[in-house]
Structures are given as structure tokens and as C-alpha cells.
Design a protein around this ligand. Sequence first.
Ligand code: NAD
Length: 282
Amino acid sequence: MKNEIIGVIGTGVMGGGIAQLFAENGFHTLIWDASEEFTVKGYENIRKRLNKSVEKGKLSLQDSEAIISRIKPVKKIEELAPSGLVIEAIIEDFDSKKKIFSQLENILAPNTVIGTNTSSLSITKLAQTLARPERFMGIHFFNPPTKLELVELIAISGVNPDILQKVKGILSSCGKTAVMAKDSPGFIVNRLLLPFINESAKLVNEGVASVEDIDTAMCLGTLHPAGPLQVADLIGLDVCRNILETLSKSLDDPFYKPAKSMVDLVEAGKLGRKTGQGFYKY
Ligand SMILES: NC(=O)c1ccc[n+]([C@@H]2O[C@H](COP(=O)([O-])OP(=O)(O)OC[C@H]3O[C@@H](n4cnc5c(N)ncnc54)[C@H](O)[C@@H]3O)[C@@H](O)[C@H]2O)c1
């Protein structure tokens, strides 16, 4: 199984982490982004993360070098041809993803799996853009992919069962636990997590409790390891708002409309940890 080559398209937050995950678990991994500059930037970010782990004594220098040696940045999408599994992790834009799939179908061997890491686009609609959708599925990782054990798999009807088994086997060999979800907005985790975060943000609007007390209540009262507003800051409030808007639109339900406190923070550029301020100051 470890002789499968993994291709990763998009080397941003998720693609970079996914490539690192596979390389850490012994897979040779090819990475490609929209330009050579972005591909190299993604590669350097992986190297920096590995160096940090070495500095902290969490990883040996030898292991770090072995991991980075398994990642190869490529200049052209055509160089992903030897891959047995390609995971697309580019921006969340239907037409951009569609274009990538069409290019991949011309390049890849017929039994190569094409997976998308989309959080909110319909797997069914994306599959309809492919000539051979039976080897296509949603493979939804969580941030950071190297650390979070869960992967949601979304296989629409008609997917080749051998493809599903192959993906499950590869993920399991990387220590991941896969759960199956039907193609539905937010799949499992985002469908449950985002309303939870949003209701917490609504409590802030209504002045029911302070940000700190809401998080303390949910940690100590329900055994959550982190409070909902801390989690929101970690995800990014812009990302939370986008997912809620998608849920609200696709489920045609105003319940999912983003809370005013969240929208106000996003409009003020306070997006959470990544900008130094969100519900909390960092
Ligand atoms: N960030 C998260 O927490 C998270 C979690 C799960 C899934 N996702 C999904 O993963 C995907 C990527 O998200 P991200 O947070 O890594 O985004 P990001 O912005 O960090 O990275 C996207 C990368 O895609 C590249 N890209 C854009 N258009 C491209 C194209 N046409 N061809 C090749 N590369 C292209 C960009 O240069 C960038 O490096 C999205 O579909 C998102 O919904 C994100």
C-alpha cells in the first residue's frame, strides 16, 4: 500500500498538511499548486513545521529529513500522473475545482482515485462534472490534518467499492479514522459544530453571558476540551461565517444565519487567532 504515490493539489493550510501527513506515514507525495512560487511556498511551510518539531524535540532530525525527502514539489499538473490517489485541496470554488478535475481525467490512470477536500460544495454536483465519477469521492480532512484523527468520506452512489476500500486502507495506515457521510451540507461535523458556535455567538449578542463564561460553561459542564468561541477563533471567523451562510442557503433555513457578533468581528477584520483578535485577543 505504501508504494502508492499520493498527489496533492493546492499547498495551502489543508493541502500542505495533507501532504505532510502522507509523507510522515511513509508515502511518496507529489505536490502542485497554481504557480511554482505557491508550490515552493507550500513546500517550505512543511519544512518549517518539521524543523519546529525537531527544535521542540518531538521529531529527530533524521526522521524530519526522511519525511521531507518523500515530498516532491512538481512544476506541472501532468507530473501527478504516477499517483494512485490525488487529493484536491484548492480554494473553495466550484469552477476552479471542476477545471482541475477535467485536467486530472486527461492525465491520471483509470484506477487512480480523485478525492476532494471540499467543506461545503456538493460532492454530487462536483461528481457530475467528471467523465468517470466512479473513482471520485469527498475525502474531508480536519485542520490540522497531521493531528486530527477524523476524516469524513462522502461516496455518492455509483462509486466503485474497490476505490472506497483503497481510500479507507490508505487512511487507516496513516492512523486516521474514517466515517461515512451522505452528501449533505456540512456533512457531519460542520453541520453540528457550526450551529453550536453560532448559538454561542448569539448568546454574546443577547448579553446572556461573557465570552469567557460561555466557554467555561461548555468545558466544565459538558466535558468539551475547548469552548465553542475558542474553537471559532481557531477555525477563523470568516471561515465560520462562510460555512454558516452555505448551510443557511443550502438547507433554506434562517436558523443557520451567522450571528451579528460574528459578522461584526469579521467586518472589523478580527478573524480570530490568525489576525490576533476574534472573540478573544491573542
Ligand atoms: N481550512 C480549513 O480548516 C479546512 C478544513 C477542511 C477542508 N477545507 C477545504 O480545503 C480546501 C482548501 O482550503 P485551505 O484552507 O487549505 O485553503 P488555502 O487558501 O490555505 O489554500 C488553497 C491553495 O489552493 C491554491 N489554489 C487556488 N486555486 C488553485 C488552482 N486553480 N490550481 C491549483 N492550486 C490552486 C492556492 O494557491 C492555495 O495555496 C477548500 O476546499 C476548503 O473548503 C478547509
